[in-house]
Design a protein around this ligand. Sequence first.
Ligand code: GRF
Length: 208
Amino acid sequence: MSVKKIAVLISGGGTNLQALIDACESGQIPGSIDLVISSSKKAYGLERARMHDIDTMTYEGGGLKAFHEKVARELKERQVDFIVLAGYLKVLPASFTDAFRGQIINIHPSLIPKYCGVGFYGERVHQAVFEAGEKESGATVHFVDSGCDTGPILLQEKVSLEEGDSPDVIAKKVLKVEHKILPKALELLCSDQVFLNEKGEVQWKKER
Ligand code: GRF
């Protein structure tokens, strides 16, 4: 099995990116991170990439449409196999998600279909979970389509919440799960154990 090429899109601290870097370097994921793309020059995730000699590409203004077109060209040129949205806060246009159908996954910090969609990101998710008095939360890895957090679900894992868990405590519990299921999802994809079929369904290889 050939080592798959991965690109990761970030906007912030990059702890999910770090989890992927570690999982590739440990051999858990039969893949290598070829490029890290950030919507922000200040994202600490860029520093994480540089410390591991991974190429980076950063939005320097001039309009997101042109930037996403440039990113798409670069990813095609590098023949990247999978693209991971790891805290990427910009919405990718349909032209981008169509061009990489079945190759893009996203990590979302809730149990989709709850607390997802436009406006539900980062601490806003955990605040809503807290205000609703939920007894559980969790994280979801899903394939990315042209919607917002709407693509087919690949992996999901729950965390139980205690009475009085603050949004911050919820965020920490969920982030731990994110750092587990995102590398796991990429391990499954890069080892061809699962894929998005022609009908847009998550299809598992028989021998599971
Ligand atoms: C995570 O909570 C992730 O679920 C959300 O954005 C955050 C990214 O965190 N999409 P980090 O930049 O990976 O630390």
